[in-house]
Design a protein around this ligand. Sequence first.
Ligand code: SAM
Length: 256
Amino acid sequence: MHGAVDSTEAIRRWDLHARATWADLGPLDGDRHRVILLNPALFRFLPDVNGKRVLDAGCGEGYFCRKLARLGARVTGVDFSREMLSLAEERTDLELGVRYLHANCEHLEGFALGSFDVVVSNMVLMDLPDHRAALKSFSRVLAREGTLVFSIAHPCFSAPGHGWVRDDQGKRLHWKVDQYFYEGAYEQSLFSADVGDQPLLFHRTLSNYVKALLEAGFELLDLDEPKPSEEMLVRYPGYEHHLRMSHFIVFKARKR
Ligand SMILES: C[S@@+](CC[C@H](N)C(=O)[O-])C[C@H]1O[C@@H](n2cnc3c(N)ncnc32)[C@H](O)[C@@H]1O
């Protein structure tokens, strides 16, 4: 576990991993977790984006920007990792018209009040140290009654040391949760240790996220803990254990 870390240190680690590991995690449409769990949940919550000004906050290599742009949205993708942004630019056809900009979600300097109709932020808020500041920035750049949809690693299942407990044959027995009330950073273990320091996950409780959302001037409209659909389970039977716990939680909120 880690002491206090600022967003510059958090991003140094994302810069390290952008090309070395993240770029290969999935196809250009998002990795399996995104295809099976996150994308359906995000699209259930998003309004019709055609013609809307949409900010993808923490866009990474840009797969969700590309999806939104194909649906007719006027998309801006921001990320604080320059390496991620350069990958996004390489991977995105110019004709989609996505605008990629370097920015820290905790500040979003340079964006005027109310400049977006929709903000989407997919798996970002648990990766930055000041989620309160980021939620306030999202609120500031959203137009009144604008929609915020964001996903995070489910805080109830992603406390430090989480994971499946298995028997001698490797069969999953149960998911282990401990230190739920610990709030702070720990190293993620999804990435190759050969590359160097692992990206950090900033763990906080579920109530902490909800309070931060309300304090930032949002009304919470809905929550989802995505499960694989029956159709997805036919295509990806290896996802059956995702019916036993929830890796992700997705929020839908409206700016008051
Ligand atoms: C788990 S990745 C998700 C990327 C993308 N949204 C996706 O779903 O593929 C987290 C992203 O958040 C970005 N990020 C972390 N802290 C940030 C910050 N303070 N401001 C902007 N982006 C940040 C990282 O560079 C990384 O691209």
